[in-house]
Design a protein around this ligand. Structure first.
Ligand code: PBG
Length: 332
C-alpha cells in the first residue's frame, strides 16, 4: 500500500525515480542500435536523391546514395536494413519485381556487395510497388464480375520474386502482402532451389491503416481503393493470433506486427506465444505524425522518438523497423 499508511511509514516508490543514474539502473527496457532495422527506398532512373514530402528527412535513394546509407547503418551499429524498390515502369503483374535487372534486385546486389557481412539485408517481398494498379497481388475477375486480388496466382508471383531476391543475395525476405499461404509457398520455392539459409520475415499481423499514406507517396503507389480484403481489420485482435499461428506453422523465421504503436496489444500477445523473434514496424504515418507535430513545435522530437520506440520494445518487440533508426542510434 502506498500513501500515508495508518499503521506504518509511507511507502515511497518515488525513491526509485529520484535520480538519473537510479532511473537508468532500474530501466526494464533498453534500446540498442542492433535491435533496429532501417527501411529505405531506392528509385530507378533518378540522378539524385528525391525528398519524400510527407516524410521529411526520408528520401528516395539512387543506387549510390543507398549504398552510402547502408554504410552509415554499419557505422551506427544498426541491426539491419529493409529495401523497397520504386521502379520506373509498372504493369499489371509487377514484372519488375522478379526481373533480375529490376531496381530492387539490382539494389540488393549493390548493398550486399558493399556491406553484406556486417548488416542483415532484408527485401520487401510484395507486388504493390511494381503493379500499375497498386495492389499487393495480381488481379482477377470474380464470378459476380468484381475485380479481386487472386490469392493463389499471387503466390506464384511471390515464389518467383523470392528466388530473384535470394539470388540477389538478400538475407531475409519480408513477406508483406498478406496472401494466405504465402510463407509456406515461398519457403518451399526457396528450399527447392537450394536457398535453405534464406530467412523469411512474415508480416503475420498486418493491419489495414490510414497511416500507410506517406509510404504510398514514397513508392509512388498507383493504388485507388484500399487493401481491406487482405490486410486485417483494426477492430480485430483474435484473428492476428490465427495469422501468427499459421505463419509459424508455415516456417516463418520471424514474425512481425504492423503498424506498431496502434497495435501494442497485438505485439504483446505475439511476444507471449512466439518461439521466434517478434518484430514490429513503426510505419510511415507513425513517423510522419511525430515529425509533423515536432515541426510545429507541439512536441519535442527527440523525446517523442525515444518514447515511441521504448513503448514498442516494452510491449515485446525484439526488433523494431523504424525510419528513425539512424537518427536515434547515435543517442542510445
Ligand atoms: C507492402 C508494404 C507497405 C508497407 C510496407 N510494405 C504498404 C502497404 O501495405 O500499403 C508500408 C510501410 C510504411 O507505411 O512505412 N509492400
Amino acid at each position: 500500500m502506498s500513501g500515508v499508511g495508518a499503521t506504518g511509514p509511507v511507502v515511497r516508490p518515488r525513491r526509485l525515480r529520484g535520480s538519473a543514474p537510479l532511473r537508468r539502473l532500474v530501466a526494464q527496457t533498453r534500446l540498442h542500435p542492433a535491435d533496429l532495422v532501417l527501411p529505405v527506398f531506392v528509385r530507378e532512373g533518378i540522378e539524385a536523391p528525391v525528398e519524400i514530402s510527407s516524410m521529411p528527412g526520408v528520401r528516395q535513394h539512387t543506387l549510390e546514395s543507398l549504398v552510402d546509407e547502408a554504410r552509415a547503418c554499419v557505422e551506427a551499429g544498426i541491426g539491419g536494413i529493409m529495401l523497397f524498390g520504386v521502379p520506373a515502369t509498372k504493369d499489371a503483374r509487377g514484372s519488375g519485381a522478379d526481373d533480375p535487372q529490376g531496381i530492387l534486385n539490382v539494389a540488393t546486389r549493390a548493398v550486399v556487395d558493399a556491406v553484406g557481412d556486417r548488416l542483415v539485408v532484408m527485401t520487401d517481398l510484395c507486388l504493390d510497388e511494381f503493379t500499375d494498379h497498386g495492389h499487393c497481388g495480381v488481379l482477377a475477375t470474380s464470378a459476380d464480375g468484381r475485380s479481386i486480388v487472386d490469392n493463389d496466382a499471387t503466390l506464384e508471383r511471390y515464389a518467383s520474386m523470392a528466388l530473384a531476391q535470394a539470388e540477389a543475395g538478400a538475407h531475409v525476405l519480408g513477406l508483406s502482402g498478406m496472401m494466405d499461404g504465402q510463407v509456406a509457398h515461398v519457403r518451399a520455392a526457396l528450399d527447392a532451389a537450394g536457398h535453405t539459409d534464406t530467412l523469411v520475415l512474415a508480416y503475420a499481423a498486418k493491419y489495414t491503416s490510414a497511416l500507410y499514406g506517406p509510404f504510398r507517396e514514397a513508392v509512388q503507389s498507383s493504388l485507388s481503393g484500399d487493401r481491406a480484403t487482405y490486410q486485417q481489420d483494426p477492430a480485430n485482435a483474435t484473428e492476428a493470433l490465427r495469422e501468427i499461428e499459421l505463419d509459424l506453422a508455415e516456417g516463418a523465421d520471424f514474425i512481425m506486427v504492423k503498424p506498431a504503436q496502434p497495435h501494442l496489444d497485438v505485439v504483446a500477445a505475439a511476444a507471449e506465444v512466439s518461439p521466434v523473434p517478434v518484430a514490429a514496424y513503426q510505419i510511415s504515418g507513425e513517423y510522419a505524425q511525430i515529425v509533423a507535430a515536432a515541426e510545429r513545435g507541439w512536441i519535442d522530437r527527440d523525446a517523442a522518438v525515444l518514447e515511441s520506440l521504448v513503448h514498442i520494445k516494452r510491449a515485446g518487440a525484439q526488433i523494431v523497423l523504424t525510419y528513425f533508426a539512424l537518427e536515434i542510434a547515435g543517442r542510445l
